[in-house]
Every structure is written in C-alpha cells, then in structure tokens.
Design a protein around this ligand. Structure first.
Ligand SMILES: [Zn+2]
Length: 626
C-alpha cells in the first residue's frame, strides 16, 4: 500500500509545480509560459542538474534475475498483485523486447555484460569456465576463481580438514570497468558500490573491481562470504547476518532443515530469494547505502530461478510459482526500501533484467514437432578425438580435445597439438572439419526411403517405407567457428556477424565454438541456455525511478543499455568498453524530473483523491493490498 501511494509522490510534486503554469498558459504567449515553468521548477531544484555528485538518486539498484526469459512478465502478468513486477510494468519504463547481442548466453558473460555495458569481446568474459592449462591441468578454471586470494567468512566446517584456506575469487578476467567502477572513480571513492548473489561470478562481474565489496554464499553452509581481493574480514553486519538465524529460517522455509548443501537444497526454492533480499537489506543498513552525499550502487543477482529453471524448465508449474513468489518478495523489498531510504522509493532507481533466458525442455519442444535433440557431449568429444587421431597420429589415442566441456565452446589440448607439430590454425580447422561427421555419428542413421516418383520406389525390393508417425529428433550442427575466426573475422556484414564478433574472448586454450541447430543442448535432464537463439537472448528490461517516463516501449533494446543509461544520467564516464545505447526515449525531459527533497513525515499522508488521475492508479487505489 505504502509503495502504491509513494509511487505517486514524484507525480504529485510534478503536478503541484506544473499546475499554476498550465492555467497561466491560456493568458500568455507559450514562450513566456515555458520560461515561467522553468523558473518555477528552478526555484525548487538544485542549481546544477541532478547527478551522482549531488546524490540523485541516493541509491541505484541493478536487479538481475538469473535465468529469466523476456516473455515471463507478459505470460504471467495477470498473476501479479502488488508493486513487485508492477513497479516496472505499470509505474516504470518497461521494454519487453530486450535481447543480448551475442551468442554465448551464460551466467558469467551475462552478468559481465550488464555490469560493463559491453559483450565478451569488450569485457573478456565468454563463459562460466574455460580450460587454462597454465593454471590447472585437471579441470577448467572458473571465470572468477583466483588462487592468489582466499575466501573470507567461511565457517570452520567449510574448510577441508588439513587445509588452511579455500581459494578466493576476483574480477581478474574482467577486462572492462563496470558502471559501479566508474561511479567510484567519478566520486573519488565517495560512492559505495556492492554486489551480491548466491554465485560468486554473478556478484563480482556485475559489481566490478572497484566495488567496496561483493558477497556470495558458501555452497555447503549458506554463509555469506567474500574474497581477500575485496577485504580481509567480513564487515560486522555481514558476520552478524550469518549467525542471525537467517540460514536456519531459509532452510526451514525450503523444507531443507540442516542441509549440508544449502546452495542446491535452498538455492532452488523461493526461500533463496527471501534470503538474498534480506541480506541486501542488511547490507543497505550496515553500509548506510543511500545516506551519502553522492549516489550509491547495489547490484543484486537472484540465483534461485536459474537453479529451479534448469531442472524444471520454463513451461513448468514450478517456474510460474517461483515467478509469482518473486513478485511478492520484490514488493516486500521495494516497500522496505521506501521506508529505509531517506525520502523513500522516489530517491531510488531500480533496473530489472536477467543474465539470459532459457530453452524449453527438449522433450517439450520435441512434443510440438521441433527438432529438439539432446547431444551426448562425451560421445561427441570421443568421436572428435578419434577423427583427429586418424588425421594426425593414426593408431594413437592422444587426447587432442579436452574433457569436461561445456557448450558452446570445445577447448583443445594445444600442448598435444604442438608436440605433433600442428599449429593453432590447423588444429582448430581439423576439429571444425571433423564436427559434422562426429555430430552425425551420435545417433545411428535410419535408412531413408526413396521418393515415391523415383524409379527405385516400385522395384518390388523390400523397400524402406516412409514413417507413419513423426521421427525422433536428431542432433544437427548449425555452424561452428574457430577461435581464430572469432578473433580475426571476417564477419558477415549482418546482425549475425555482429553477434559473433561480440562473442570473442582471448581467454583459455585454443577452441572451437559449436552452435547446434535451435532447441538442442547437451543436458540430458532439464534444460539450459548457451546459444545465439532468441529464447536464450531474450530477457526483460525495466526501469523505475525519477528520470524514467512510465510506459511500455516496444523498441528492440539490449541489457548493455542499462550501464550506458545509468552512466549518462549519473553524469559519469561510460564503462571502459561500453557499447550500450542511452535509452533516451524512456527518459523524461530534464526539467520534469523531480525527487523527494526531504525525509517525509511518517506515517505517509494519503494522496488527495483528485491526483489519482492515471487509470491504473485509480484502479489500484480501489483494490486493497495484502
Ligand atoms: Zn543457468
């Protein structure tokens, strides 16, 4: 209820300021009326335009839902009750057609894109993990793990027996600054910037290197931790949160009391979102965000939807329940912000988006007739290794292609190739050339009947006949690109070419990027995201806050536009590799932007009836909120 009324506050102030001018307009020339309007406003505004330097807004929040496809908000819109998602859909600027413009739609690159306003070619993050044999010969390294640092805040039970520490994480591979980094630089460290998520990569890559801190959880215990990259000790408020009973409460809410795997057992339930948002509130209070003379920034990545979504898929009742639960959890969080940020929610900006979408579960897509095959990646790697051995070292069983692969990238064992005197170009091209046959070999080919007008059709031999029912899906390759092709081009002069160019990162060993045809994946249970297809690239984009003109905008936009738009409005530099557009069509004219000037008296005054002019506000007033 409070939020609904408060959402009107900027509007009320605007109306109060504009009203006398509008009546004067009939008697005066428009130019003088306009000047009056500006003067009326000016007397209520700071002498310089609103920006980060004069704490407008007091707090900016980038809210990322991990794996949240762009169609969900429209699909389940009639379910939304309070001012959770409706804050953006009714009270904010909503862009239903927001698509990532790159091909490797995974968690780490998605969060890096949101933070930096750049894609993999600009920020370096192309995957969650990659093989880097100089750092680890046993397994791929993650995008943020960093053996030069250690984790901070782990409970003793999460440090392996005999070990003194657990390897830390950092933005070591992030090659671009984030909007938070730029805010820190612009205000000479006065702005506070934090990132949180259940996942280290989602906390770190959205917030950036100059952030005051990034927090994520220890998977076993659920304790909030950070890394010595950021600080050598947890802040008191964070340590207090870890022992406050919040973990036990979340476990109980998730029906997972005393679990030894908090990340999985609580992480896939709506209780994880409450747990994260409660931590966000503790952080805002503990660090006094929104109480400085400059703008502060918090990035929050909600992980639960991804963990549940992989298992259940976008078309499951679980997904709808998670989205509906999040709607009311967000409403609670926004109400809390309204009460706890000086001046209320009118002094906060919130951007809402996701790091990627998701494919339908292959069995579901196949049911509708789509060729949604599952690819046996272990078999594919074996087939490739067989083919490469046949070509370069017949009779041997050299592991030219590394194990533990994660599509779309297949990393090569370049030391083995080099030993055989094969350079990168030859190696990558050999794998690329072996791919079509290797994919074809995954499922035995059925004999194909001759066309009915072929002379063979009536020869009387025991012919193969056409199927009477739909045939099962078959793995099929769409395209593949070598690391060198992605690095150097030439790219086709088309949107597809741009998408490829955006997907390149120099990190890791030699590789080939494998793009199956749409609706295919390597996961044999559940579903996933990693492709250049719309279902993986489509995410929601919403803005709430004083500068944003409420409305639904059917422009094709990108998540990288968040950093660009925030940077422009804050009056700071664009992040170092930013390619986002400033979404000017969703911005109010500067002289119509108003912020609450002071801490309002509590309880809030009810809005005068004649001000509730907008239809949705009027309708909303009539409906009591729970
Ligand atoms: Zn995921």
């Amino acid at each position: 209820m409070a939020v609904t009324l408060l959402r009107l506050r900027p509007l009320l102030i605007a109306l109060a300021l504009v009203a006398p001018v509008v009546s004067a307009q009939t008697a005066r020339a428009p130019s003088s009326a306009a000047r009056d309007h500006r003067e009326t406003l000016r007397s209520h505004e700071p002498a310089v335009p609103y920006s980060a330097y004069n704490d407008h807004p007091k707090l900016a929040i980038i809210l990322v839902i991990d794996q949240f496809r762009g169609d969900y908000l429209d699909r389940w819109r009639s379910d939304f009750k309070g001012d959770g998602f409706n804050l953006f859909l009714d009270g904010g600027a909503y862009f239903p057609d927001c698509y990532y413009d790159y091909a490797n739609t995974k968690t780490a690159p998605g969060h890096a894109a949101i933070g930096t306003g750049a894609y993999s070619d600009g920020n370096g993050i192309a995957s969650n993990a990659w093989w880097d044999l100089s750092r680890n010969q046993q397994r791929p390294v993650s995008a943020v793990e960093d053996e030069r640092y250690q984790l901070v805040g782990l409970p003793p039970s999460s440090i392996p027996p005999g070990a003194k520490y657990v390897t830390g994480s950092s933005p070591r591979n992030l090659l671009a600054s984030t909007v938070g980094d730029e805010l820190r630089l612009a205000t000479q460290g006065q702005s506070k910037v934090f990132g949180i998520s259940l996942k280290d990569r989602a906390a770190i890559l959205t917030a950036g290197a100059a952030a005051n801190g990034a927090f994520w959880i220890d998977p076993a215990s659920g304790y909030w931790v950070t890394s010595t990259f950021y600080m050598s000790q947890l802040p008191d408020w964070a340590a207090a949160f870890n022992t406050s009973g919040a973990i036990a409460q979340a476990e109980q809410d998730a029906n997972a009391a005393n679990t030894k795997n908090f990340y999985n057992d609580v992480g896939k339930t709506p209780a994880a979102n409450t747990y994260e948002l409660n931590f966000a509130e503790a952080l805002i209070q503990g660090e006094q965000l929104g109480q400085h003379n400059v703008t502060d920034l918090l990035t929050v990545s909600l992980s639960a939807n991804d963990m549940m979504g992989h298992a259940s898929g976008p078309d499951s009742p679980d997904e709808q329940q998670m989205v509906d639960a999040l709607d009311s959890q967000l409403a609670d969080f926004f109400t809390w912000l309204d009460k706890n940020i000086p001046g209320g929610l009118g002094n906060v900006w919130i951007a809402l988006t996701a790091d990627h979408g998701v494919a339908p579960v292959p069995a579901t897509a196949a049911q509708y007739g789509l060729n949604a095959a599952t690819i046996d990646l272990t078999k594919l790697i074996a087939a490739l290794n067989y083919a490469i051995n046949m070509k370069f070292s017949p009779g041997e069983k050299i592991e030219y292609v590394l194990p533990h692969q994660d599509l779309p990238y297949i990393f090569l064992n370049d030391p083995e190739f080099m030993k055989a005197g094969i350079n990168e170009q030859e190696a990558e091209q050999a794998v690329q050339q072996a791919l079509p046959a290797a994919v074809d070999s995954l499922v035995p080919q059925q004999p194909t009947p001759p066309p009915s007008d072929s002379p063979l059709a009536g020869t009387g031999k025991p012919a193969v006949l056409p199927s009477e029912t739909r045939l099962p899906p078959r793995p099929a390759l769409f395209r593949s690109y070598t690391r060198q092709q992605l690095a150097d081009g030439p790219y086709p002069p088309t949107p597809w070419g741009t998408l490829l160019a955006h997907s390149y990162s120099p990190f890791g060993e030699w590789y080939v990027m494998v793009i199956p045809t749409a609706f295919q994946m390597a996961d044999s249970h559940g579903t996933t995201h990693f492709t250049p297809y719309s279902y993986d690239r489509h995410v929601p984009l919403g803005f709430y806050g004083a500068p944003f003109a409420p409305g639904t905008y059917l422009d094709r936009v990108q998540p990288v536009d968040i950093a660009a738009t925030f940077a422009a409005l804050l009056g700071i530099n664009q992040p170092s590799a930013s390619v986002g557009q400033i979404l000017t069509r969703a911005l109010k004219p500067a002289d119509e932007v108003t912020y609450p000037r002071e801490i309002p008296p509590r309880p809030h005054r009810a809005a005068p009836a004649h001000h509730a002019t907008a239809a949705h506000h009027a309708a909303r007033e009539a409906t009591p909120h729970p």
